[in-house]
Design a protein around this ligand. Structure first.
Ligand SMILES: Cc1cc2nc3c(=O)[nH]c(=O)nc-3n(C[C@H](O)[C@H](O)[C@H](O)COP(=O)(O)OP(=O)(O)OC[C@H]3O[C@@H](n4cnc5c(N)ncnc54)[C@H](O)[C@@H]3O)c2cc1C
Length: 434
């Protein structure tokens, strides 16, 4: 089997293929785990925040199966780390989604209602403002929900540990081997790199945001970016917030803020509102955008005023593969034994493990309960227009969303034009929010 892409998706697929006894060659353009998989916020998520959208898209029965599988997959990542002695700092301490303005109060509540309607009220638990503040006392927090099955990981440790175990299990890993073309060959598929080629029965395509560069997939995703700032150790700030339960937290905005504590007492604070990438110029990296980093720092101060005067020691960013339906896309290219997964929309740490198992089944031509999950061959929900329309339209919508959410955080309502622009994607079937 050929696996193209050495992020979590490709490496989990490789791991499960090897476990099934297949021979695997993994081709990675750079170094395994040096893309988003090694540099994310480390929120290892189930999909329960998307429960309302999944019910709408797939109906209650299929949505429930997918949600339960996504919960199981988080636990399986932790169990895998234990079993294979990979110290990825896996910590299943749960997740809070909190509202920071009345305009966002409904978002978390809808997830709790959906979980209850699916017969799983314990999966998403509503919290009052006091209960939220007992876990993290930011002055801007209002109501929220707790999803107990989320974990955090140290992303690079997970990626590098996974790479090590794939190699030990017999996977042939070729780094600095960008696949330039995939074509049908005798008995399967040929993946060509500048240095050589790999012939395989089938291929797993796990290139993340770079899928935007592939003609067959281009119209199924857009690429935005996400940026994180990391503070110096601030144990006093964390103690004053009473944020000692190690929960990872997001607000309920569309251009989401996400934050967590680290083992050495820092706060990592991210924002999913960075600029859009143009066309196919995505290779797993986004240059650090100084203006965006400064903006993220200011956003962090609004939520945690106690950080005033504290140093930011690290900042980084990366591309986000955004699916128009907000649901990851898995499937097979028409007429070719090539199976793909992308479109995690900034939530791939947990789901990429599930996707890796599904891709392994597809590549082995197995049809099982995983390949029958509703995300397989569900399609993109809407088609992304070609460039420059996608970039232009996306940039206009991003600017309007930034304006709308800023005004809403001040307790106001955005003007009519701004609201109309923000609503435009939904009118063509794109779901920007969870
Ligand atoms: C700043 C940031 C914060 C994030 N925070 C979170 C978070 O807290 N929680 C969460 O769940 N998700 C988060 N994400 C998203 C998460 O990192 C991704 O969803 C996940 O890593 C996807 O893994 P992947 O393997 O599909 O893709 P990637 O990690 O992008 O891996 C794809 C790999 O394919 C390689 N590749 C590309 N083209 C080729 C080619 N032609 N030939 C060979 N190889 C190729 C790339 O070099 C790359 O290594 C974040 C992302 C960013 C950027």
């Amino acid at each position: 089997m050929a696996v193209i892409g050495g992020g979590y998706t490709g490496m989990w697929a490789a791991w499960h293929l090897l476990a099934a006894g297949a021979r695997v060659a993994l081709l990675e353009a750079g170094l395994c785990g040096h893309g988003p998989s090694g540099r994310n916020g480390g929120f290892c998520e189930s999909m329960w925040m998307s429960a309302p959208a999944l019910r709408r898209a797939f109906g209650d029965g299929p949505a429930r199966r997918l949600l339960e599988a996504s919960s199981e997959t988080v636990g399986e990542i932790g169990a895998w780390c234990d079993e294979h002695d990979v110290d990825a700092w896996f910590d299943q301490s749960g997740y809070l989604c909190v509202s920071t303005a009345s305009a966002f109060d409904e978002v978390a509540r809808r997830a709790a209602e959906a979980a209850a309607a699916l017969g799983s009220p314990d999966r998403v638990v509503e919290l009052s403002p006091d209960e939220v503040r007992a876990r993290c006392a930011s002055p801007v927090f209002r109501t929220g929900v707790l999803i107990p099955d989320f974990a955090t990981v140290q992303p690079a440790r997970l990626a590098l540990g996974l790479r090590r175990r794939v190699v030990e299990r017999g996977g042939l890993v070729f780094e600095r081997s960008r696949v330039r073309s995939l074509r049908a060959g005798p008995g399967g598929i040929v993946a060509e790199t500048p240095e050589g080629s790999v012939r395989a029965r089938s291929a797993v395509l796990a290139v993340g945001p770079a899928a935007r560069g592939l003609p067959a997939l281009r119209s199924r995703l857009t690429v935005t970016s996400s940026h994180i700032v990391l503070t110096e150790p601030v144990p006093d700030v964390i103690a004053a917030l009473r944020w000692t339960g190690r929960e990872c937290i997001t607000d309920a905005r569309t251009l989401i803020h996400y934050f967590r504590t680290t083992r050495d007492g820092r706060i990592a604070f991210g924002w999913g509102g960075g600029r859009l990438a143009y066309g196919s110029r995505v290779n797993g990296r986004v240059e650090l955008d100084a203006a965006v980093v400064d903006e993220v720092r200011r956003h962090a101060l609004r939520i945690f005023p106690g950080l005033e005067g504290r140093r930011i020691t690290h900042a980084w960013g990366g591309p986000i593969d955004v699916s128009p339906s907000h649901v990851p896309q898995l499937g097979s290219l028409p007429g070719a034994p090539v199976h793909f997964a992308f479109g995690y929309t900034g939530n791939g740490v947990g789901p990429s493990h599930l996707a890796g198992r599904i891709l392994a089944s597809l590549a082995l031509d197995r049809r099982d309960e995983l390949t029958r999950l509703p995300i397989v061959e569900a399609g993109p929900g809407a088609w992304v227009p070609p460039e420059p329309l996608a970039w232009l339209g996306g940039s206009v919508v991003r600017t309007a969303l930034i304006r709308r959410e800023r005004v809403e955080e001040q307790g106001d309502r955005a003007d009519r034009l701004t609201r109309a622009i923000c609503a435009a994607p939904a009118a063509v079937g794109m779901h920007l929010a969870r």
